[in-house]
Write a protein that binds this ligand. Sequence first.
Ligand SMILES: [Zn+2]
Length: 68
Amino acid sequence: MPLFDYSCRECKHTFETLVNAGETVRCPECNSKRVERELSLPAAPVVKSANTCGSGPPCGAPGCGRMK
Ligand SMILES: [Zn+2]
């Protein structure tokens, strides 16, 4: 189940909740349905700089110089 961040337009409370399809999200503070989903970006992937995987097999990490 996806976990989303919401902010309440009534009381400005922010919360995160699991949302099932078709389910109405309500603010846990004021029970308002006037909530907006926050656009939270996924965590940035850890980009390894080239040659950090040493002498092992290519690690497949983005930017790993041993991919080539
Ligand atoms: Zn609220």
